[in-house]
Design a protein around this ligand. Structure first.
Ligand code: ADP
Ligand code: ADP
Length: 233
């Protein structure tokens, strides 16, 4: 589960006649359980692609398939779903809930798990990555690095097919960033989820991903993707 085909995806923003080709002829294949990083300069369309996969935004041409099923086409606006979860650069934890409550809230409210079940699963995941001692802490008591780790656990608890990460470790200091990398790889190895990771940091992409895709912008809005496959040690 979690294989994606992106075929000649295009997105034109046309607010009041201002024609912006945010994505053009973007094609890529992502295998189930693959860790793919997308790098590229600001404005090349990375977030646009992530947002269409996440279901926040529609395509104007081409298509995106998830496990063979159309997710987004010009005729079909995508919608967010529990099979695709996003973690952004900026914190999104409920400040008034503890770490454990933040992680269990979603599946309990959606009726996917009982509170007991969610607690058990959350505790397992938190302890797997050494975060069990912060279960009762509030987000405000945690560093941004810790908060981001909790958000990734929260994203994974519902067992999504695809984890979408939009520069989650941007603006972190080097030590926190490398600890977060280690942490993400541990969770990736443990869960085998498809990961779609956006960054403008090539070094980070190469360290983390099995496959790095480079999006480029050229004059005339010709956008290309170049693929590099990296066997991780
Ligand atoms: P990246 O994530 O690689 O920095 P984006 O996907 O955010 O790039 O943006 C790609 C292009 O689309 C940019 O030129 C940006 O200004 C434009 N764009 C993004 N969102 C919108 C929008 N809602 N309306 C108009 N233009 C947009
Ligand atoms: P602020 O207004 O300072 O962002 P809030 O208390 O509104 O603080 O929300 C804190 C965080 O919780 C926000 O980053 C927001 O993304 C997230 N949040 C708030 N309400 C919801 C909600 N209904 N569903 C999901 N996330 C939410």
């Amino acid at each position: 589960d979690g294989a994606m085909s992106i075929r000649k995806a295009g997105k034109i923003y046309d607010p009041e006649g201002v024609h912006v080709e945010a994505l053009k002829d973007c094609s890529l294949e992502i295998g189930a359980g693959e860790f793919v990083a997308i790098v590229g300069p600001s404005g090349c369309g990375k977030s646009t692609l992530l947002n269409t996969i996440a279901g926040f935004d529609g395509l104007t041409s081409g298509e995106i398939l998830l496990d063979g099923e159309p997710l987004a086409t010009p005729e079909k606006d995508p919608s967010p779903g529990p099979d695709r979860v996003v973690v952004f650069q900026h914190g999104a934890l409920f400040p008034w809930k503890t770490v454990l409550e933040n992680v269990t809230y979603g599946p309990v409210v959606q009726g996917v798990m009982s509170e007991e079940e969610a607690n058990k699963r959350a505790q397992e995941m938190l302890s797997r990555v050494g975060l069990n001692d912060i279960e009762t802490s509030y987000p405000g008591q945690l560093s941004s690095g810790m908060q981001r780790r909790v958000e990734i656990i929260r994203a994974l608890i519902n067992n999504p097919k695809v984890l979408l990460l939009d520069e989650p470790f941007r603006a972190m200091d080097t030590v926190t960033k490398s600890a977060s990398h280690q942490y993400l790889l541990e969770l990736y190895d443990a869960t085998g989820k498809t990961i779609f990771f956006i960054t403008h940091d090539l070094e980070e992409a190469i360290f983390l991903a099995d496959k790095v895709l480079v999006m480029t912008t050229r004059p005339g809005f010709i956008k290309k993707t170049l693929q590099v496959n990296l066997p991780r040690p």
